[in-house]
Design a protein around this ligand. Sequence first.
Ligand SMILES: CC(=O)N[C@H]1[C@@H](OP(=O)(O)OP(=O)(O)OC[C@H]2O[C@@H](n3ccc(=O)[nH]c3=O)[C@H](O)[C@@H]2O)O[C@H](CO)[C@@H](O)[C@@H]1O[C@H](C)C(=O)N[C@@H](C)C(=O)N[C@H](CCC(=O)O)C(=O)O
Length: 493
Amino acid sequence: MKKINELFPVDEDFKVQSIHSDSRYVGKDSIFFCIDGLSVDGHKYIEDAIFQGAKCIVYSKPLTFKHKDVLYIKVDNVLDELNRVADLFYDHPSYKMTVIGVTGSSGKTIVALMIKNALSQFLKMGYIGTNNIEYAGIIEQCPYTTPETIFLQRHLSDMVKKDVKGVTLEVSSHGLALKRVDSVHFDIGIFTNVYEEHLDFHGTMENLMASKAKLFSLIDEKGYAILNTDEVRFYNLVKDQIKCHILTYGIEHKADIMARNIEVFIDHSEFDVQVHDELKHVSVGVLGRFNISNVLAVMTALLALEMPLSQVIDRVEHISGVDGRMELLQHPYPFHVIVDYCQHVKSYEKVFQFAQQVKKDGRIIAVFGAPGKKNYNKRQKIGKLANQYCDQVILTAEDNRDEDIQDICLDIQKYIEKPVSVIIEDRRIAIEQAIEIANRHDIILILGKGHEQFMASAIGNDPYPGDKYVALEAINKIFKGEEDNGKEMEQID
Ligand SMILES: CC(=O)N[C@H]1[C@@H](OP(=O)(O)OP(=O)(O)OC[C@H]2O[C@@H](n3ccc(=O)[nH]c3=O)[C@H](O)[C@@H]2O)O[C@H](CO)[C@@H](O)[C@@H]1O[C@H](C)C(=O)N[C@@H](C)C(=O)N[C@H](CCC(=O)O)C(=O)O
């Protein structure tokens, strides 16, 4: 806990119990920061905040009324002050541990979690990102990929209290643009890739890339920027602006750490890693060529932390992939089921290409939908991709919000000509149906929800057991006791 005059240059010296930017959560003897947001202006909630116990208001716009017993502090930029004060209030937690930030359109979660898992053998590690918040035996849901400043600093501070020595943090372009991480001290920043995404928010690709590039401006001379040379545009944009050390990785383009002789299989991947003149064989449990790039990012980060190459290889070979990210479900029957989060059109293409590459004589059966009320042109693009790669498509619910599921599916189906496609609105039944029709060597791709155990509907998040659970349950139901229900398939030896 801090006194107010330790946080601001004022004469008052009352103790500040907590700090807030949302009036709905304000507590007694606290500071309320008025953020002028994208939909509402936090200045509107000053009275609510005071009613709830705020003793100090940090604001930037003219106020018409002030309470005698409340301290009002006018600043030029409330978000900048919020960052400065949050870091101070929580005693600079990010300076007390190794902070590794990962930005990019896809791959953030797998890279952040793999690094966390790789280092957990040696250090108490934490993770904050899309999947959740994990540290010291605590697992909590994370409200955003990159949570807002106060929430983030509070959790980093709790990690320090619990003796956590390092944390991997997914850093979204929204998080960077909205200054959620401005007060975080990063030791390492990693860039995976950039696709056309969130242009409703960023406006242009240039703005989107500038947001991602901001992560590297937050790293001082001692830190490392880990960049993907295959992302030529982004690499050229940032390489000369960075003040920290740079380490590069790549598959197609020259880099410090490269993957050669890549071979992908349905259940693992193999390649030779080249670090300067050294070439070593690596076999990893993650699937797809695009994930080799993510593994290289992980390996480069571990090398930056001075882990010897042989140990780096041992770590990546022994850590598994991530829940719901190109996850091959384990079962004994001779067809394959892969669950993937697949948020971007580019990711669909990569997953379909992978399935095509590894499939033998089976079919590619895809189960997916598209989220309601956003990203409408994605529907046409994923429909066309399915047309190109799939043999059968089952279109279904996927966070329809208050849009009609049938309409969303029809928007996709319009672009599917060649493969047989059906609409089954209930995602559980759609998955069961895909399993039901599985033949030997078929690959069933269940895309779009990954690890998520909810379905965003018109009234909020409805409970949903998750694609993996539904698929495994269907496999059990349909194939276990197959003698009884007439479904027969040889088990894998
Ligand atoms: C576009 C965006 O990111 N908006 C974020 C932004 O919202 P905003 O500026 O519109 O905030 P606002 O609702 O206008 O409110 C302004 C201020 O008034 C406060 N307020 C509001 C109401 C009230 O009763 N009392 C009160 O004090 C709010 O707490 C806030 O401080 O600031 C809010 C407070 O921090 C965030 O909740 C909100 O995230 C929205 C809900 C969101 O969904 N963001 C997503 C898009 C996002 O950030 N996604 C990225 C990942 C994207 C990806 O890579 O896929 C992420 O990192 O998760």
